[in-house]
Write a protein that binds this ligand. Structure first.
Ligand code: TPP
Length: 686
């Protein structure tokens, strides 16, 4: 049973202003989308690509946003034109975007399904089913910490109710009493499959019980019912009573997308949907209640049609984007150097302590900094890296999360877009794999889509590498996966100093940064210079000069490379070590200098060799600096295998110092040593 009331009850007496406004708004959305549909058809369509239209569902954004404050935030799905218009994006800006024009709200970078306009409170559509939930949590987290009283509303389909990310978002929002309103637009279809075949529950709103939050099912074809449910949820959220789940039973009047021929859909379903058309229903109820004449409503329709016709005419006269700008805004312009907020001092500390100190300094210096993750708050992290930070900075800024990587990472995106500086921990690099969407599909896109107006300045700290006993799901080196992604910065600190400096650089960088720490080095001590100017999130460091060969490495293998270089010097070879530190952005100048200084390069990394980042380094040298090479670049990684837990088996695979020495000798003394690129651990033969 849907909890609703007949529209007539609300509309008795004089014409309630809201109903006429709602009618006009819904008709604007419908006519706007009818035009979009037309523009996507024909031999030379203006709208190319898939378009998901919300015909039948207009009462949901119209009702919901009528209940919210102008500064509340909106996260929508790809079927989000209605939400975008109701949030304040003008029909001209939206039509221009959908028609891929320069004047579009995203300059033609988003198209129909990924409109993103935080400047209009529209955090954005999302083409990844269910991904909006975690982002909305972050937006709400920012509101909670900032004390702004704002709420975040996020819409998603009934199909999205099966998505893990959305489930994590509901758990996360419930755990922290976040001011989020989850709105499920249940149109009965999960793309081409009836939701009744998937969900073993008739009212999806009842799933709220499992999360311990408020839930309700309302008639999503009734703007008043939606408005009232959202108003109640917003009041609860603003009172600190946490999130709500509102299921809006609605109808999809048209296909799943613009070219859907709906061969799978029974005619009866389409007919039933047409009978619930919210616009026809509202028109009839206004006339039945004598609140409006048919002529008056016809006049509204004619005015809206004329307005949308004019929008289309103006849009089609607009220029397309300048191709010369296609690469702009992947990253912010180089950030100016910021002070660290502390005096320069030197201290002996371990890598773990250096990270703790960087977190502490950032929390102290910037009230927007948040530190969170699994076990990060009260216990201070599984490796003790965030120990005592919660004691100093409180549970609001340093906290434990549910075991929900998608919610951790996705919320960081939303919080960062709202002005916070989240530094989140993913306990093990391998665990990032369950939540890559938030980093790759979400964080990395924000700056590009908004043409530099917004970014997702967040830091993801994690650790990686094989250590004795670590199994195949706790050992992988995954840096190449993320260094491949434009829009992200990826760093691997290899010393206590870098653990401090690179974290502070990342924390103040305007773009999303991923730091892969080396678990094996958490207890390694060193002298750390604290305070002073914050360096930029870039730049390699020559750890040791060498005239015969330079080993280029990063992260866990830098120390093996240094130890190999020392041994090789005993044999009379002058071998240098270049620590890349940041793989993205890559320090081309440092690589060029290494090549020109000696003409022999060996790239060493712990990740397995094929398509490891060493391939990129070798390719760049071949493309840009090959004239300086005395011999071909060589790579040494772990062989292409899974990682065993047994220390004996691990030792047979990992490119530790002895394997590096062998590989280097095969370049320096080729007559004595025969190289074998794919056997990192073969014994030294001299
Ligand atoms: C993570 C992910 N899986 C699959 C898809 C492909 N896809 C796009 S829309 C859609 C249907 C989603 O159904 P529902 O959540 O009910 O929303 P509706 O389309 O009805 O608005 C699917 C499966 C996607 N975009 N993202």
């Amino acid at each position: 049973m849907v909890e609703t009331r007949p529209l007539q009850q609300v509309a008795t007496g004089r014409v309630p202003e809201f109903l006429l406004d709602a009618y006009r708004s819904m008709q604007t959305i419908r006519m706007f989308e009818s035009q979009v549909l037309q523009l996507s058809r024909g031999d030379a369509p203006e709208v190319v690509g898939s378009v998901h239209l919300c015909a039948g569902q207009e009462a949901i954004p119209v009702g919901a946003l009528a209940a919210l404050r102008p500064d509340d935030r909106v996260v929508a799905t790809y079927r989000g034109h209605g939400w975008a218009l109701e949030s304040g994006i003008t029909p001209d800006e939206l039509m221009a975007e959908i028609c891929h024009r320069e004047a579009g709200i995203n300059g033609g970078r988003a198209g129909s399904p990924y409109v993103t306009a935080p400047q209009r409170r529209f955090i954005g559509e999302n083409s990844i089913v269910g991904a909006g939930g975690p982002i909305a949590c972050g937006v709400a987290l920012a509101a909670q910490v900032q004390g702004s009283g704002r709420v975040a509303i996020v819409s998603f389909g009934d199909g999205a109710m099966s998505q893990g990310a959305l489930h994590e978002a509901l758990v996360f929002a419930a755990a922290r009493d976040l001011p989020v309103i989850f709105v499920c637009e249940n149109n009965g279809w999960s793309e081409l499959t009836p939701t009744a075949k998937i969900a073993r529950i008739e009212r999806l709103g009842r799933r709220s019980l499992g999360y311990g939050i408020e839930g309700v099912t309302v008639d999503g074809c009734d703007a008043v019912a939606v408005r009232d449910a959202v108003a109640k949820a917003a009041e609860r959220a603003r009172d600190g009573k946490g999130p709500s789940l509102i299921e809006c039973k609605t109808v999809r009047l048209w296909g799943h997308y613009n070219r859907d021929i709906e061969h799978y859909r029974p005619l009866s379903d389409k007919k039933n949907a047409a009978e619930r058309d919210p616009i026809i229903r509202l028109r009839a109820s206004l006339i039945d209640a004598n609140d409006c004449s048919a002529d008056e409503i016809d006049a509204i329709d004619a005015a809206v049609a004329a307005e949308i016709d004019a929008v289309v005419r103006r849009c089609l006269a607009l220029p397309k984007p300048d191709p010369a700008t296609a690469r702009d805004h992947n990253y912010a312009p180089r950030a100016s150097v910021v002070g660290s907020g502390t005096e320069i001092s030197e201290q002996e500390m371990t890598t773990a302590q250096a990270i703790n100190r960087a977190l502490r300094d950032e929390l102290a210096m910037n009230p927007a900094t948040l530190v969170y993750g699994e076990d990060v708050g009260h216990a201070g992290g599984i490796f003790g890296v965030s120990r005592d930070l919660q004691k100093t900075f409180g549970e609001k800024r340093v906290f434990d999360t549910p075991i929900a990587e998608s919610a951790i990472l996705g919320s960081a995106v939303g919080a960062a877009m709202e002005g916070m500086r989240p530094i989140v921990e993913i306990m093990w690099g391998d665990f990032m794999l369950v939540a890559l969407d938030s980093i790759i599909n979400q964080a990395a896109n924000v700056r590009y889509l908004t043409r530099g107006q917004y970014g997702a300045p967040m830091v993801v700290r994690t650790q990686q590498g094989a250590t004795p006993g670590s199994c195949a799901q706790h050992s992988q080196c995954l840096e190449a996966l993320l260094a491949h992604i434009p829009g992200l910065k990826v760093g691997l600190p290899s010393t206590p100093q870098d653990a401090y400096s690179m974290l502070r650089a990342a924390a103040q960088d305007p773009d999303p940064c991923i730091l892969f720490e080396a678990r094996a080095q958490y207890q390694t001590p060193g002298t750390v210079t604290l305070g002073g100017a914050i360096e930029s999130a870039s730049g390699a460091k020559m750890r040791r000069e060498g005239k015969d060969l330079v080993i280029i490495s990063w992260g866990t293998t830098v120390h093996d490379a240094l130890s190999a270089a020392r041994s090789l010097s005993d044999r009379g070879h002058d071998v240098g070590v270049l620590d890349l530190r940041w793989l993205s952005p890559l320090d081309d100048a440092a690589i060029a200098a290494a090549v020109t200084s000696c003409g022999r390069i060996l790239v060493v990394h712990e990740a397995n060799q094929t398509m490891g980042f060493g391939a990129e380094v070798a390719a760049r040298i071949a493309e840009r600096h090959s004239s300086h090479l005395k011999s071909p670049v060589r790579r040494l990684g772990t062989p292409d295998t899974r990682i065993p837990a047994s220390p004996v088996l691990q030792a047979a695979l990992l490119p530790r110092a002895h394997a590096i020495i062998t590989e280097a000798l095969s370049m320096l003394e080729p007559a004595n040593i025969r190289g074998d690129m794919n056997n990192a651990a073969r014994p030294i033969t001299t």
